[in-house]
Design a protein around this ligand. Sequence first.
Ligand code: C5P
Length: 222
Amino acid sequence: NSKLQVAIDGPASAGKSTVAKLVAARFSYIYCDTGAMYRSTTLKALRLGYPLDDEKVILDMLNDTEITFEPGEKQQKVFLDGQEVTNDIRQEDVTNNVSTVASLGAVRKELVQRQQDIAAKGGIVMDGRDIGTTVLPDAEVKIFLIASVDERADRRFKDNAEKGIHVPLEQLKKEIEERDYKDSHRAVSPLTKAADAKEIDTTSMSIDQVVDAISDEITKKQ
Ligand code: C5P
């Protein structure tokens, strides 16, 4: 069996990280959550009080920033300069500011390079917005996950409840729509489905069904 590159893209809260992690476990592949890299960058800039739209300031900061992952039980652990930030990067202030940082071309260039290094040997499932189009254009398997906004807001609401975060459903819906709009309309590698990606609408699918569908695509290419 060859060790493939699997790219999973799609809009906010479409369930990418949940299924990507399970698919990676099934094939003993590495899982890389690229959103966590943009989120960690945003968290650090917020903590330092830096202007989030200043490309030079944020790039200088990033060049002196280490973002690493460790396997965790329920979700992968994320470390920013050696300190665990797994929960901190999911808070509302980061979620609602990350698209600003992610629109900076120089920041994307640096993080894309790091992502390509992580994926170079194959045997990887990587999720994000631009994996199939920009980070891994030659990935053997490309998946584009979508779901209705209502379904995605519902999922985020339940995720939040587990973390003790309380934001009204209507507000979550608005936040998801705004983030999708920004991510799809930025100048540098906007969220878009790669021509050769397989689109899967997960609105009325179970997690297991989505994992099975993606696994079939991998098995076909191995
Ligand atoms: O996937 P997640 O919701 O954690 O991603 C957070 C944000 O990071 C996205 O809304 C987007 O602005 C940015 N992102 C990106 N490119 C990626 C992954 C995430 O621009 N490959």
